[in-house]
Design a protein around this ligand. Structure first.
Ligand code: HEC
Length: 154
């Protein structure tokens, strides 16, 4: 019995370490790819067939998405995360909301460990760089290139 208790205690003590091993920059990179974050937040990624330019990785884009909500720009995630601690980002990742076409509801579904790995990956990318352009209200013409994101009549 005593041996069993000791063994169970060792297993319980080992669990946090096993979890911690899954939280890493490499895992964060993997999550950023399967989560589709680079598709919009890394300029040139989608057209290059999935090449991540380390200079531009998750620095956002100055090409807007124009729809009924106005024009939105994929934000510079390096800047966003540079202003938050890891625990704060976990909270943010489970609660934030944005205008379209950002799939914020998908990020809410990420597990805590996944958000922690994503955070560490973004932090590893280095210099945050410049912010993406500001949001433009509906009815106002953007001064940057933009993608029309609404159904067009034939
Ligand atoms: C379809 C394009 C698209 C994809 C895919 C996408 N984003 Fe976004 N994201 C945007 C746009 C556009 C905004 C700005 C929305 C606004 O201005 O309201 C944004 C905003 C955000 C914001 C809020 C602004 C900020 O920096 O705090 C976060 C956080 C974010 N995205 C994280 C992610 C993560 C993490 C992923 C991958 C899981 C992802 N995005 C995938 C387009 C996208």
């Amino acid at each position: 019995m005593r041996q069993f208790v000791i063994a169970a205690g060792l297993i319980i003590a080992a669990v946090p370490y096993a979890l911690a091993e899954d939280i890493s920059v490499e895992e964060g990179l993997r999550i950023s790819i399967i989560g589709g974050c680079h598709d919009c937040h890394t300029d040139g990624y989608a057209v290059s067939g999935g090449q991540i330019d380390p200079e531009r990785a998750l620095r956002g884009s100055a090409i807007g998405f124009k729809g009924p909500w106005g024009t939105t720009y994929p934000s510079n995630l390096r800047i966003t995360l540079s202003k938050m601690g890891e625990d704060e980002f976990v909270e943010y990742g489970h609660t934030f909301k944005t205008r379209p076409p950002m799939p914020w509801f998908g990020v809410h579904g990420m597990k805590e460990d996944e958000l922690r790995s994503f955070y560490r990956y973004v932090k590893s990318l280095g210099e945050p760089g410049a912010p993406a352009p500001d949001y433009v209200e509906p009815g106002v013409k953007p001064t940057t290139p933009f993608i029309v994101f609404e159904p067009q009549m034939p």
